[in-house]
Design a binder for this molecule. Structure first.
Ligand code: NDP
Ligand code: MG
Length: 379
């Protein structure tokens, strides 16, 4: 039996982790659950899975939790997520969105726990300290993001295997085929009609701006210890190939499959073994595979992310925080599509660089958020 601490249980990924656990009840147990504000769903999950610990970060919503099973303890407030990183866990599954994932990831690694990591923002903002600490503690950071799971599979589950290039595929997002003057007018509601994947709102907007691909290139550099030159992103509208690895002899390995996060989620818990999923099998007859370069003119966020990574230090953290706030404002229809890259540029240009520590990351994150809210007022 594998005991799992699930951080971010109420989100799109978290709910799919819960489904995987239900499908293989004899193999997995949710020992602790943590969420942000969705008290009602957390309560339902607690009654279904009977974990020892549940945590709700937003204390104002805690009173909505009325009935818990005997033996389940509830924590609320700022540090609640850390309580949900259980001593008894065999693996900590981090499915929280945004910078909020960094603290539980560092907590899990400090406790010597392997981490199944869906939360890419953690590796973008704090990859340097996360990967260093993981190495020190002999802890595995197991990729859940579909592209990074595909690469992991192509590398034979060995993140240290040699390769020439990592090729990350991108669906192209909801506005892939639109000209710039149309994209300019698109609202969040349009972006949320994502063609191939069904995901949380923040990442769906990141897909529409292609900032998500920038984050994923950085994530790949961190996970596979690769310089930026060895990681390429390419638009592949069909989302059949989830990513590829090119080797020194010219061979390219690819991982294909129906686009469902259940496969990488489950594999992160079972690899190198594979178990059945509820995912349809892919029929290839009649399908075609297309590839195109990312259009930097229509989607400037992609290179903004990479520029921040090239500058290094605290810049990726500032870029990530600026984007989180810009996306939040776009989702509320308070800013326009191309205000997102403008706010990111503004915030990263004004960020101060320095040594990367947990404290400096938290300060940079807060400062970049403040700068974006302020700048957004003047747009
Ligand atoms: P969702 O928005 O659907 O879910 C986010 C989860 O995080 C919820 O459980 C939410 O709690 C919780 N949460 C958010 N902020 C906080 C906070 N400050 N404190 C505590 N909990 C918080 O996101 P997704 O599931 O789509 O994505 C999760 C992560 O996985 C992201 O980093 C994303 O980039 C990555 N990812 C997602 C994919 C997908 O298919 N969805 C694919 C690949 C990667 P609540 O709802 O209770 O407030
Ligand atoms: Mg992805």
């Amino acid at each position: 039996m594998i005991n799992i601490s699930l951080i971010g249980s109420t989100g799109s990924i978290g709910r799919q982790v819960a489904e995987v656990v239900l499908r293989h009840k004899d193999k997995f147990r949710l020992i602790s659950l943590a969420a942000g504000s969705n008290a009602k769903l957390l309560e339902q999950q607690a009654n279904l899975f009977k974990p020892e610990i549940i945590a709700l970060a937003n204390p104002e919503r805690a009173s909505e939790i009325r009935e818990l099973p005997k033996g389940t303890t509830l924590y609320t407030g700022e540090h609640a997520l850390l309580h949900a990183v259980s001593e008894k866990a065999d693996i900590v599954f981090v499915a929280v969105s945004g910078f909020a994932g960094l603290a539980p990831v560092l907590e899990a690694i400090s406790m010597g726990k392997n981490v199944a990591l869906a939360n890419k923002e953690t590796l973008v903002a704090g990859g340097e300290i996360v990967m260093r600490l993981a190495k020190e503690k002999g802890v595995k950071i197991i990729p859940v993001d579909s592209e990074h799971s595909a690469i992991f599979q192509c590398l034979g589950f060995n993140p240290e295997a040699e390769f020439r290039k990592l090729i990350i595929t991108a669906s192209g997002g909801a506005f892939r085929d639109l000209p710039k003057d149309k994209i300019e007018k698109m609202k969040a509601a349009d972006a949320l009609r994502h063609p191939n994947w069904n995901m949380g709102k923040k990442i769906t907007i990141d897909c529409a701006t292609l900032l998500n691909k920038g984050l994923e290139v950085i994530e790949a550099c961190r996970l596979y210890n690769a310089p930026l030159e060895k990681v390429e992103a390419i638009v592949h509208p069909e989302s059949i190939i989830h990513s590829m690895v090119e080797f020194c002899d010219g061979a390219i390995m690819a991982q294909l499959g129906y686009p469902s996060m259940e496969i990488p989620i489950q594999l992160a818990l079972t690899y190198p073994k594979r178990l059945e999923t509820g995912v349809p099998f892919l029929s290839l007859a009649g399908k075609s595979l297309n590839f195109a370069e990312i259009d930097g003119d229509r989607f400037p966020c992609f290179s903004l992310a990479l520029d921040a990574f090239k500058k290094g230090g605290l810049y990726p953290c500032a870029m990530n925080a600026a984007n989180e706030v810009a996306v939040e404002l776009y989702l509320k229809d308070k800013i326009k599509f191309y205000d997102i890259p403008e706010l990111i540029s503004h915030s990263t240009e004004n960020a101060k660089n320095g040594d990367v520590t947990y404290k400096s990351l938290v300060e940079t994150d807060a400062e970049a958020r403040r700068a974006v809210y302020e700048k957004a007022e003047s747009l």
